[in-house]
Write a protein that binds this ligand. Structure first.
Ligand SMILES: [Zn+2]
Length: 441
């Protein structure tokens, strides 16, 4: 089993959906025994940045399908938010929780969006049980951007509740100005993405957010950190006392900046991939291993190939599918010694569970925790393929990569929810109220 301090041989005893004991030979008299010889046992992964579009544009994804991809991929908890159908008030949260009853195969938290005319609802929404507040510094996906005095007010409101924000950082003015001039020049080539969503636009917004986080003492996650330069800004803020987390997504560890030229809209996500060579890639993995990038999340935001390629580069929806492939890519990174086994469990389970208030129920193989676990065959090799993708996307940017390490089975609160790449037909996923609701209970 993979523990925070290393890998060791152990039995895991599960009783009533929770871990009752961990140690040598504890499960010998158990009524049902799952043999895991030669396999590694990891905690179920906790993916804190997921868009399942349900309710919303379900032609792109929905909860039954997206959580099947999660379960098969070794993820037992997702924290979900959908831009096209935001949760901004306690009423909207309750309505979504009701709607999702019986639709999820894994446990889930729900995040809120902050709307400029509903800042006064932040405290109530936190106490209703959202996991975090999503904020954009630039208007994106139809969500209004926040900056300056307004962003400061939001941070103060969230800090006062003890809540946490996930902030998408790109500067509104720099992106808008670039867009206007690129459109005026008639540019429709895919490289516009790199000039439109520039490194400068990201760094400018991150600097502002780090500064405001320091002043307001808010807890904030810098979403999808794209490069070592951005990670450095966050690390500097943290060294000065800011309460910041830095999110690592596989697309910034493994995809390259120049791929957008060949693949067009299939590489349209923002900020775009920044790595130019193996040195950049190694630097990002080192930042994850060292914890400067505090945790991994997918930012799963799928569209089908057809949806992606329907219009020109401006029309195409942003985002990539990720739930099917992220743990597979991290297992391969362990095999390639980019990170260790314990780094994986820490960065994709324990750290996000702690930061978002789901620990110790989620995030680790500990006595008393939910029995969410993943069995992994560390030696199995395979090629990632579009046809194995369960997400409605039906494709993956990693198709054709050979990876080592395979999820054999996934258990949610002691029950098997996936085996050999396929989810079972159980819809046992429960809503996990955020810490604001538990505190007031
Ligand atoms: Zn996102």
């Amino acid at each position: 089993m993979v523990a925070p301090d290393g890998v060791r041989r152990a039995d895991v005893l599960i009783r009533d959906g929770t871990i009752a004991a961990v140690g040598p030979e504890v499960a010998a008299s158990s009524p049902r025994i799952v043999e895991a010889d030669g396999l590694y046992v990891l905690p179920g992964m906790v993916d804190s940045h997921v868009h399942l579009m349900d309710p919303g544009p379900t032609e792109r994804e929905d909860f039954p399908t997206g959580t099947a991809a999660a379960a098969a991929g070794g993820i037992t908890t997702v924290i979900e938010h959908t831009h096209a159908h935001p949760v901004r008030t306690p009423e909207e949260l309750r309505e979504k929780v009701r709607y999702l009853r019986g639709r999820s195969r894994v446990d889930f938290g729900l995040a809120a969006h902050v709307w400029p005319d509903r800042i006064d609802r932040i405290a109530l929404t936190w106490r209703a049980g959202v996991t975090f507040f999503k904020i954009f510094t630039c208007t994106t996906h139809g969500v209004p951007g926040l900056a300056g005095a307004e962003l400061r007010r939001v941070f103060e409101a969230v800090a006062a509740t003890g809540g946490v924000c996930l902030v998408h950082c790109e500067d509104e003015e720099l992106t808008a100005t670039a867009e206007a001039s690129l459109r005026a020049a008639g540019r429709v080539d895919p490289q516009v993405l790199l000039e439109w969503r520039s490194r400068e636009a990201e760094a400018t917004a991150v600097s502002m957010v780090v500064d405001l986080a320091l002043r307001t003492r808010v807890r904030a996650t810098i979403a999808h950190v794209s490069s070592p330069g951005v990670a450095e800004l966050v690390a500097t803020g943290r060294a000065r006392g800011a309460r910041l987390a830095a999110e690592a997504c596989p697309q910034y560890l493994l995809l390259r900046e120049d791929e957008v030229g060949r693949e067009g809209a299939l590489r349209k996500f923002t900020p775009p991939a920044r790595n130019r060579d193996g040195t950049d890639e190694a630097a990002m993995w080192n930042l994850l291993r060292d914890g400067v990038l505090t945790h991994v999340a997918t930012d799963h935001a799928p569209s089908t190939r057809e949806q992606k390629l329907a219009g020109d580069i401006w029309d195409a929806p942003f985002g990539l599918p990720g739930l099917d492939t992220t743990l597979a890519l991290l297992l391969d990174a362990v095999a390639r010694e980019r990170i260790g086994w314990s780094d994986l469990a820490l960065r994709y389970a324990e750290a996000p569970a702690r930061w978002y208030g789901l620990f110790p129920r989620k995030g680790g193989l500990r006595v008393g925790a939910d029995a969410d676990l993943v069995l992994v065959d560390p030696g199995a090799e395979r090629e990632l393929r579009d046809r194995d993708v369960i997400s409605k996307a039906g494709w993956t940017p990693y198709a054709g990569r050979r990876v080592r390490g395979r999820v054999v089975a996934t258990f949610l609160r002691g029950r098997e929810v996936a085996r050999d790449g396929l989810a079972t037909d159980r819809f046992d996923g429960e809503f996990l109220p955020g810490p604001g609701a538990r505190g007031s209970a």
